[in-house]
Design a protein. Sequence first.
Length: 101
Amino acid sequence: MKKSELEKNREEWSSRVKDWEVSGLRPAEYCRRNNLKSSKFLYWKKRITGKARPTPSLVQIPVNKAPFLSSLHRSCPIRIKIEDRYCVEVDRGFDLRAWSM
């Protein structure tokens, strides 16, 4: 690919990435509406912005152990749900010693 073609390609995708940023849409929805391949869009988005997808991180949640320990005898599991994207479940019978490390 010639340098001029590469620059033209970069300008075109840079414009699309800016358009996506102001759209407020998720990348997949933006691609669907604009008839773009998601993989190609994500490649150029990363190349233009220098950012990959955000890396998930863990956050420590303080827990009062006394009520927590008494809940172990209940018949329902512990469920932590964040939006509709993440869910952590702890069923009965888990190893408390592993938890208190």
